[in-house]
Design a binder for this molecule. Structure first.
Ligand code: AGP
Length: 614
């Protein structure tokens, strides 16, 4: 959730740390700080609020240190404030720590430290780590020895980095459990540290990813690795091939608008190379290792995911059950591990995740693995933890998604899950050649069709400006577009801060109808599909109670005219692919309402891009 950067080398650390933090600000943005070490001293600069506040302080406090660490925070323990911003320092102000995650036993660790005279200056769980380190350093240990003594005592999930004026020119970083990534970047006579690759990609593409229980000892000359238990370990150096330039805003007002508009391209990239010309079969690359015998024997699939990804998974369930006839369930990942799930022998668990670092999803995967499931992740970020702990991986190829609200990754998830359902159906004999050919042909029209929906933006913006002051919204969907209603409501909530609810339209009469009045805009996904008649009746029920209906309707559907107060059109498409098109006007609606209300669209309050705490 928080962002971490580090540098050790011949260059001044401060500008490099600030540059890295700029690229990580989406991870957390309620406070930020840096610690720079040189000539036996440690200088710490911190500020509450956005990174610009820290940047203003840095300008007036230039520091020429060559070793440093930096942090953007998303508060868990302790409110957002300068005092709770990282780095935290020991009593002597010579050793500093930055941390992403939660140290669950911090209270038990803090009490004896306080009793021994340590002065705590923050309300955070993090600060215990640096006071424990202080004691080890006072015993004459080096920074890495001290860290190896302290780390096994920390419970919970943590990615940490330490520097100390007592052991200059060194950063010690560690990963405990699933608390976000720790990446070491190799330069020439200099080395880097980051929680996410974009923070260091302009300096190096050669990296190593820390796994659970691993520690990196980084100096400008070399990086060595140890297990938290002390043994030396070797790590593979990997090369990151994707382009950080793609992460820039390219003239759009917000990353979100750029990413919404990138969906045709993201979908093309997701489809690329996935259909074998000679056989017409869906094929994935070598990251999908399951053999045909396994595919034919899968008794059941459980999807685990959070937020938007869980809505993509709900569509996935619909697709797999329809096309491959495998029973599926969708589990909110944060619930999965605490309810003692019963895993069926030979079961496949599919994690759907943009970042591949969402701690709840990783924990659910761990639980499923423990119970003997085979793990597949459908994931965007290459080399993320989810991809590394899975038996099989299907990448989204959506490109970097920066805005906190997920849009193009959602589209790519829907397309990957569609392909996977066809893949399963083809191998299990539930899909004949003619039906698969038609389904795949439709998929290849998607980029053009999504582009056509994007042309409706002026209409959606006008609609957004008419309804931006509403206090509540309701989204209705049925069948494969029930998850679209859930996603439309989530997008609106997180971006505009308007309360919204997504409901299966058939459920209205069981309670939600009581909410309907002239002040409640109701967005109905009313496409010409197998449930068209049903949702039309639900719209009538809303209008009969003076509700305002905004319909997402199919091009050329004349019957709907006069049945809704507002109509946004999308092209006709295969029903199983319609969620990919239907969600686009809902993304644009949420974006324009949020922008009209003056909200921070790319970094909505209280949220972060990768949720690496429980
Ligand atoms: C989406 O707009 C959200 N910000 C959020 O629900 C997100 O989808 C969720 O946190 C899961 O993230 P992941 O895909 O990176 O696992």
């Amino acid at each position: 959730m928080c962002g971490i950067v580090g540098y050790v080398g011949p260059r001044e650390a401060l500008p490099l740390l600030m540059g890295g933090l700029r690229r990580l600000e989406y991870r957390g943005y309620d406070s930020a700080g840096v610690a720079v070490q040189e000539n036996g001293t440690l200088e710490v600069l911190r500020a509450e609020g956005k990174l610009d506040n820290l940047a203003a302080i840095v300008t007036t406090h230039p520091s020429a240190g060559h070793t440093g660490i930096g942090h953007t925070r998303w508060a868990t323990h302790g409110r957002p404030s300068e005092q709770n911003a990282h780095p935290h320092v020991d009593c002597g102000g010579v050793t500093a720590v930055i941390h992403n995650g939660i140290i669950e036993n911090f209270e038990a660790l803090k009490a004896p430290l306080v009793a021994r005279g340590h002065k705590f200056t923050s309300e955070t769980d993090t600060e215990v780590a640096v006071h424990l380190l202080e004691e080890e350093l006072a015993n004459g240990h080096t920074l890495d020895e001290a860290a190896l003594a302290v780390l096994p005592r920390l419970e919970g999930a943590a990615a940490l980095a330490f520097i100390s004026a007592k052991d200059p020119g060194k950063i010690v970083a560690a990963r405990i459990s699933n608390a976000g990534g720790v990446i070491v970047g190799y330069g020439d006579g200099e080395n880097f540290l980051a929680s996410d690759a974009p923070a260091i990609l302009e300096h190096t593409r050669r990296v190593s990813f820390l796994d659970h229980g691993e520690v990196a000892i980084i100096t400008k000359e070399k990086v060595t690795f140890r297990a938290i238990t002390g043994e030396k370990i070797d790590k593979k150096i990997e090369t990151i091939t994707w382009d950080p330039i793609a992460a820039a805003k390219s003239g759009y007002k917000h990353f979100l608008l750029k990413e919404i508009n990138e969906q045709p391209r993201a979908i093309s990239d997701t489809l690329l190379g996935r259909v074998e010309r000679s056989s017409g079969r869906v094929v994935f690359d070598d990251n999908l290792k399951m053999d045909e015998a396994f595919v034919r024997s899968i008794p059941r699939i459980s999807f685990v995911a959070c937020g938007t990804a869980s809505y993509a998974a709900l569509v996935g369930k619909y697709l797999v059950e329809r096309l491959a006839r495998i029973p599926c369930d969708v589990e909110i990942a944060s619930e999965y591990r605490y309810r003692q799930p019963a895993v069926t022998k030979g079961q496949l668990v599919v994690a759907v995740t943009q970042s591949g670092e969402t701690v709840d999803t990783l924990a659910a995967m761990e639980e499923a693995k423990k119970q003997g499931a085979r793990l597949l992740s459908v994931v965007n970020v290459v080399g993320s933890q989810a991809s590394r702990v899975s038996d099989d991986v299907i990448y989204l190829h959506a490109g970097p998604e920066i805005s906190v609200a997920s849009t193009k990754a959602y589209a790519a998830m829907l397309v990957d899950l569609y392909l996977f359902a066809i893949y399963l159906g083809q191998r299990r004999g539930t899909l004949d050649a003619e039906r698969s050919r038609k389904l795949l042909a439709e998929a290849f029209h998607l980029p053009t069709l999504v582009d056509a929906v994007l042309q409706e933006e002026p209409k959606v913006r006008a609609l957004a400006y008419r309804y931006h002051a509403a206090r509540n919204f309701l989204f209705l969907g049925r069948g494969v577009n029930y998850p679209t209603a859930l996603e439309g409501a989530l997008k609106l909530k997180e971006l505009s801060y308007i309360h919204a609810e997504g409901t299966a339209a058939g459920e209205m009469k069981h309670g939600t109808n009581a909410l309907i009045d002239e002040d409640l805009p109701v967005v109905a996904i009313a496409l010409k599909d197998s449930v068209y008649r049903k949702i039309r009746s639900n719209m009538e029920e809303v209008r009969a109670r003076a509700g305002v209906v905004i319909a997402i309707a199919t091009d050329g559907d004349d019957e709907i005219v006069g049945k809704a107060d507002e109509i946004i059109r999308i092209p006709a498409v295969e029903e199983l692919l319609s969620p990919v098109l239907a969600v686009v006007p809902l993304q644009l609606l949420a974006y324009h309402i949020a922008d009209r209300r003056g909200n921070d669209v790319d970094q909505p309050r209280n949220l972060a891009k990768a949720v690496t705490v429980e």
